[in-house]
Design a protein around this ligand. Structure first.
Ligand SMILES: Cc1cc2nc3c(=O)[nH]c(=O)nc-3n(C[C@H](O)[C@H](O)[C@H](O)COP(=O)(O)OP(=O)(O)OC[C@H]3O[C@@H](n4cnc5c(N)ncnc54)[C@H](O)[C@@H]3O)c2cc1C
Length: 485
């Protein structure tokens, strides 16, 4: 069996003769989870050491869109006229994350989201007090607030008061690099040590099973690192490990873009397993189907391989992606007409164009009459401004009736499908790693994509991963820093 899927067995303390480095809190990985954990532990007065395998910090966080999911009444939400509360945020996240949601962690995440917003600003991030109208997407301007989880779409709009919660740090264009630039600069201003080009390979456990350090490698030489109060695994997920994907999340292998860096090889998770940690939700991922971009194209109709609709087209593209991948076999088409189609959108070139729906149906090979029936039913209701089947928002409803008609092949064989893993080590409210029996492993914490996200299904919306990683990185650090005091 490949050692890329095996747990990295922890080294017994009895085999450690001496330590090369020591700290109260050792943080493995310097992406957003690691950066926030390190700063929080230092602020709590702990002696902190960060170990990063790459030449510098940043990780996948620095390649991301930079959207951070925050709510409950942040200053940006208030300035933009959104009346959000922790309860409304919880109602949305808990509902969208069922079945199997971790409601205790969701509750904390919502209750402390405004505080977390202020903390991020105190660490050098700024968020412009402005709203960006185009849902689902980070703005290309420096505007901030955006709907990222379909909060204003069916069925969620009926379960919780809709509020935009995607917060983009204030910069023009993609915000991930800027986000990490700000946080890493802030890390440098904290009294802590950080070592690059150090690959952590496994953990060290004492006779009682507590994690007391780790074994790392720097320039080919083994380093033994003692963690006096705790060790935080913030080493990313496993999207770049084909063997782990094949074992745990084979469906995600159908996505042709893997959102990660080399460090996302699952080692953090496997180190946790080697110290007795349990894993959760390993089959789940975020699945982005970018052909819903821009959102105004959702005036068209999504179709499955039978020529039938399967979702309200205006929802978050990650929901379309999960539904399309898991339940529609990755075969997804977008039907547009002369009114809804826009020329020149990269990746959205039609595969078939025809003057009638019947012709398009034949050319694309849908079952006889299927597409015609779908379009007839949709148009009949759309003429009244209604969508009684999937409840698309009124402003997105328009009959698809003006030739020529275009069909974009958005299937996994034809379009870009991007994914990252959201399963990982099972953790509690303080990001302590739990055994299969639900017991916390003393000294061991996990945050970011080394830990399982709190949702039971799919991915709730853009911005959740950076928010979860930064928030639970901080909780891990606070708990670890308080040990032995
Ligand atoms: C294109 C793209 C867009 C995205 N957009 C968004 C978005 O807008 N909002 C959002 O919430 N999420 C987004 N995501 C997802 C998000 O970026 C990640 O899920 C998140 O950054 C994970 O943070 P992390 O701290 O867990 O991991 P990382 O940021 O990857 O950090 C982990 C660090 O650990 C290091 N490391 C790994 N193994 C070891 C080891 N054994 N020893 C030492 N160091 C190690 C790595 O080198 C890395 O620096 C996006 C992802 C991509 C790729």
């Amino acid at each position: 069996m490949s050692d890329r899927i095996l747990a990295s067995q922890a080294r017994p303390l009895a085999r450690v003769k001496s330590w090369d480095l020591e700290a109260d809190v050792v943080v493995v990985g310097l992406g957003i989870a690691g950066a926030c954990a390190a700063m929080e532990a230092a602020d709590a007065g702990a002696d902190v050491l960060v170990l990063e395998r790459a030449g510098a910090g940043g990780g996948t966080s620095a390649n991301s869109g930079g959207l951070v999911y925050l709510g409950g009444g942040t200053p940006v939400q208030k300035a933009c006229g959104f009346d959000d509360t922790p309860d409304e945020m919880f109602a949305f996240l808990a509902a969208i994350s069922e079945p199997g949601a971790d409601s205790e962690r969701i509750r904390l995440f919502c209750d402390e989201s405004v505080e977390h917003f202020h903390w991020l600003e105190s660490k050098g991030l700024t968020f412009k007090r402005s709203f960006y109208e185009e849902p689902g997407l980070e703005s290309m301007t420096d505007d901030c607030l955006v709907y990222t989880g379909g909060e204003n779409c069916h069925p969620w709009s009926g379960l919780a008061r809709p509020a935009a919660r995607g917060h983009k740090p204030q910069t023009v264009g993609k915000a991930g690099p800027f986000l990490m630039q700000c946080l890493l600069a802030s890390v440098d201003r904290h009294p802590l040590r950080s070592e690059a080009n150090v690959l952590v390979e496994t953990l060290v456990v004492d006779a009682a099973g507590a994690v007391v350090g780790c074994v790392a490698r720097r320039a080919g030489r083994e380093l033994l690192v003692r963690a006096r109060r705790g060790l935080v695994l913030a080493a990313g997920g496993f999207i770049m490990n084909e063997e782990m994907l094949a074992l745990h999340a084979p469906t995600l292998l159908r996505c042709n873009v893997r959102n990660g860096v080399d460090g996302d090889d699952g080692r953090g998770i496997r180190m946790g397993q080697g110290a007795g940690g349990d894993v959760l939700r390993m089959g789940l991922g975020e699945v982005a189907l970018p052909s819903t971009i821009p959102n105004r194209l959702s005036r068209g109709i999504y179709l499955n391989r039978h020529g039938q609709r399967f979702i309200n087209e205006d929802t978050y593209y990650g929901h379309v992606g999960i539904e399309g991948l898991l339940r529609q076999d990755g075969k997804v088409y977008l039907l547009l007409d002369e009114n809804s189609y826009e020329r020149g959108l990269v990746g959205l070139e039609p595969r078939w164009v025809a003057e009638t729906i019947a012709e398009l149906e034949r050319e694309a090979g849908f079952p006889d009459g299927a597409l015609q029936a779908t379009v007839e039913l949709y148009n009949r209701h759309a003429a009244q401004g209604e969508d009684p089947v999937f409840h698309k928002r009124k402003e997105m409803i328009r009959p698809v009736d003006t030739p020529p008609f275009a069909l974009i092949d958005s299937g996994t064989d034809a379009a870009i499908w991007a994914t990252f893993t959201i399963g990982g080590l099972r953790t509690d409210r303080d990001a302590r790693v739990l055994t299969p029996d639900g017991l916390a492993i003393s000294g061991l914490y996990a945050a970011g994509r080394s830990a399982a996200l709190f949702c039971g299904q799919g991915y709730p919306g853009s911005g959740i991963s950076l928010a979860d990683a930064s928030y639970f990185g901080r909780r891990a650090a606070r708990h670890a820093a308080a040990q032995g005091h």
